[in-house]
Design a protein around this ligand. Structure first.
Ligand SMILES: Cc1ncc(COP(=O)(O)O)c(C=O)c1O
Length: 406
């Protein structure tokens, strides 16, 4: 897989080999594609969850069908609903906001800082008595400032769900992302650091929450052991978000490869950063913890929007292709999401925006709502750093970045 003169991004997919092939074959040979039962005993989803518990040092792990599914199950389990506000960074992925709307709750946008992740100072200002949940997103491969975010959340008694979809294998001060908040979620969609095509994971130490998420990911009834539980205490409305065995088999192999993949991206990224950081007028994205950055993107900040637009053209003219000015980065920016800006309702009843429980505060989501973020998105460019660059390709990339940004 190549993009121009370089290997493509899609880190996990580029590392797939006979180990994933064998894992998939095992599912088919065993005729056990469903995770809970079958003509023969299924093993892969259970093995994947067991390995995830070890990797993250968490008591509970739940495999689900996607990152969106993970967000959704967690919010259902937490009982997020009308009258609740959920804080998300204004630079996000649309799924992190859409799942809030699906709960009939109100997304509240928080500024990001030069790390392109949730600004703890603005977070403090955005919390109200209605705030039910904070979703820090470890964007573009690098961790949020989890010390500062947890300090604010704990002081105000608000739950945190970490969205680690873009930062599989990342850490903050030596602790894996996903392990700071009440719950952590991951995605294994193709663009992520590891992939099973589709897939997601939830991790937590909270047993009650785990059983609720377990119920939410199936038919509303938690699976305890071999059978769905017969006690109705944890019953709720299920969202049908199970992970299948084929997917789990691949996700499990990729989880083992994650440290190697991240190490390659991070090492290339560091060398590239070192080689371009002296360029006049260029500031590299702030990293809250460089050691915990997984490295799939180089973030460069220019002085203003016009300079950034011109730089995108110049960089592309050198032959680099996988790069974007963030303001043009589709559904990652709040003002580029028409259904958010227009407050598109879930149903003709107008919910959640028109619900009396939400009447106290329905924000404006037009550009200008988060001016600090707007400015950063206008003048920041992200460049994909493939996970399998040769030394020669890395040097070519450095030369082209230097040429494009000079
Ligand atoms: C930050 C973030 N959250 C959530 C998701 C949703 O994951 P998925 O595509 O697996 O549903 C993604 C992935 O695209 C993402 O980038």
């Amino acid at each position: 897989m190549t993009t121009g003169d370089f290997p493509s991004a899609f880190p996990g997919a580029n590392w797939m080999d006979e180990v994933e092939q064998q894992a998939v074959l095992d599912v088919v040979k065993n005729r056990a594609p469903f995770r809970f039962y079958g003509p023969n005993e299924p093993t892969h989803a259970l093995a994947f969850e067991a390995r995830a518990r070890e990797v993250f040092g968490k008591t509970f792990a739940l495999a689900v069908n996607s990152g969106t599914g993970a967000l959704s199950c967690a919010m259902i389990a937490m009982g997020i609903g009308p009258g609740d506000e959920v804080i998300v960074p204004a630079f996000f992925w649309v799924a992190s906001v859409g799942t809030i709307v699906h709960c009939n709750a109100i997304p509240i946008l928080c500024e990001v800082d030069e790390s392109l992740t949730l600004d703890p100072k603005d977070l403090e200002k955005k919390i109200t008595p209605r705030t039910k949940l904070i979703i820090p997103i470890h964007m573009c491969g690098a961790p949020c400032d989890m010390d500062a975010i947890m300090a604010v959340a704990d002081a105000r008694g608000v739950d945190v769900m970490e969205d680690c979809a873009q930062c599989n294998g990342g850490s903050f001060k030596g602790k894996p992302v996903g392990t700071f908040g009440r719950v952590g979620m991951f995605s294994y969609q193709l663009n992520k650091n590891i992939t099973s095509g589709e897939g997601g994971l939830l991790i937590t130490d909270d047993e009650h929450l785990y059983w609720k998420m377990n119920a939410a990911h199936d038919l509303g009834v938690p699976w305890r052991g071999a059978e769905p539980d017969s006690q109705p205490a944890d019953y709720l409305w299920g969202a049908g978000r199970r992970m299948g065995e084929l997917c789990a088999a691949v996700a499990n192999v990729q989880l083992e490869k994650l440290p190697t993949i991240v190490e390659h991206m991070r090492a290339s990224n560091r060398r590239i950063q070192k080689a371009v950081k002296d360029l006049p007028g260029v500031t590299l994205r702030k990293l809250n913890d460089p050691a915990g950055d997984t490295g799939p993107f180089l973030g460069v900040m220019l002085t203003d929007a016009d300079t950034a637009l011109a730089a995108v053209d110049k960089l592309k003219a050198t032959g680099l292709t996988d790069l974007w000015r963030l303001a043009d980065y589709g559904l990652h920016c709040y003002f580029n999401v028409p259904q958010l800006v227009n407050k598109t309702p879930l149903s003709p009843a107008g919910n959640p925006w028109s619900m009396p429980q939400n009447a106290e505060f329905v924000p404006d989501y037009n550009k200008g709502a988060c001016p600090v973020t707007d400015d950063l998105l206008e003048r920041t460019i992200v460049i994909n750093i493939p996970s399998k660059l040769t030394a020669e390709q890395e040097q070519t990339m450095i030369d082209r970045i230097r040429e494009g940004l000079s």
